[in-house]
Write a protein of this length. Sequence first.
Length: 202
Amino acid sequence: MKYLPLLFAGLFFSSSVIAVTENTPVYEVEVLVFKNMQIDDQGNELWLQDIDPNSQPDVANASPVGGGIPAKSVIRKISDKLVASGNYTIISHKRWIQDAIPKTEAKLIRIANGEEKLDGTLLFYKSRFLHVNMNLVLTEELMPVANTDARRDLDGNTASGNIANYFIIKERRRVRSAVLNYFDHPRFGVIVQVNQVKTSKR
């Protein structure tokens, strides 16, 4: 497997890299997940969903990512404004670099925050166009219950024994490069931006 020239080492060092190779379009993917703090409990009931065991995010086969968020990032500026408003909490902010390859070859990325009870996956791939498959679950515990009724988290571990509300964004969508792609839900939202990385020709 041939890797891109060292010209891009500085960029890759600051971001997670998922199987970047030559002669394949390469994209920087940035994802912001935020929670709406203005929704009351009564409004939440309209958007609760049960976890379908057959459609849970496949977190066991997903890769974690990290990487710093540059100050010039458009999404970072949006994040700062959301926090400053006092109406939103940032749950997760991820950035990585990967090939735009067919769906059958693309790798699942895990988007998670244990403290905020967020877990799920994102799949970025290219067929004729660029696409994102998103399956995120935000869990909010409500009240203690007997241990025999304890739920399990997405890893299959026994949860803390609380009844929980599940808010889910599960969507497949064509996305455009260099624009903000918004995945909407009354309880939480996701902004995704993909930008093609310019590579030198050999």
